[in-house]
Design a protein around this ligand. Structure first.
Ligand code: ADP
Ligand code: MG
Length: 240
């Protein structure tokens, strides 16, 4: 589903990604871990072209997304992203937050997009909030809405960048629960998170990034019980 070849990204003189090679299969859940500043967010942002890579190739579903002929909006439709901060539209109801893009971008009718939004609200357990405004919701609820909003584009891949890092601890579980359901339905996912319980339970593979490179990867049990790279050992000792 995703093939990344020799990906480099620089910001001015700063080398942030230094040659990443990865393949993500359809339905696979890849958890990305690593210290702050190692390039995790930049890596994810390159995959839906929020950042323009400096060098390398990214293929999504057989399409080279760095080809100048590629329509950036098609890629963003295929690759949904959820951020640490939810960025809901404050002046729109929850229903409108979710149904806006399907109407504007996918060309669904108002009825179709509202029905889609209600189905997604049901999926994330918040159907009763359809007419509420973001300010009336808790952080965990807002993040579940942000996930529903991304799903309204019917993406083939979902990228999550520390989706629970800004939440109070009691709200982390409800968001991880929605993500787990999505994984079980077969969604292809890349998830940056420090939630190691989720990584172990839901992750098919963990990749550990350090200084712009993937320095170790493997199945969760192997990575956590038998880390080989000293930087991964150090990282795990800090977060576990
Ligand atoms: P992580 O998500 O692992 O914490 P990031 O990908 O956010 O790491 O950042 C990696 C490095 O790139 C950091 O040094 C950060 O300051 C730098 N960086 C990220 N985005 C930009 C940007 N838009 N302009 C300049 N430097 C950036
Ligand atoms: Mg980050």
């Amino acid at each position: 589903m995703i093939t990344v070849k020799n990906l480099y990204k620089e910001f001015g003189d700063l080398q942030v990604l230094k040659g990443i090679n990865q393949e993500v299969k359809k339905g696979e859940v890849v958890v990305v871990v690593g210290p702050s500043g190692s390039g995790k967010s930049t890596f994810l942002r390159c995959i839906n072209l929020l950042e323009q890579p400096t060098q390398g190739e990214i293929w999504i579903d057989g399409q080279n997304i760095m080809d100048s002929k590629v329509n950036i909006n098609d890629i963003r439709q295929k690759v949904g992203m959820v951020f640490q901060h939810f960025n809901l539209f404050p002046h729109l109801t929850i229903l409108d937050n979710i149904s806006l893009a399907p109407m504007k971008v996918r060309g669904l009718s108002k009825e179709e997009s509202s029905q889609l939004a209600l189905n997604l609200l049901e999926k994330v357990g918040l159907k009763n909030k359809a007419q509420s405004y973001p300010v009336q919701l808790s952080g965990g609820q807002k993040q579940r809405i942000a996930i529903a909003r991304a799903l309204a584009m019917e993406p083939e891949i979902m990228l999550f960048d520390e989706p629970t890092s800004a939440l109070d601890p009691e709200m982390v579980k409800e968001v991880l629960g929605v993500m787990k359901d999505l994984a079980l339905e077969g969604m292809t996912m890349m998830v940056v998170t420090h939630e190691m319980g989720f990584a172990k339970e839901v992750g098919d593979r963990i990749i550990f990034m350090d200084e712009g490179l993937v320095v170790e990867e493997g199945i969760p049990e192997q990575m956590f019980s038998n880390p080989s790279h000293p930087r991964l050992k150090e990282f795990l000792s800090k977060i576990l």
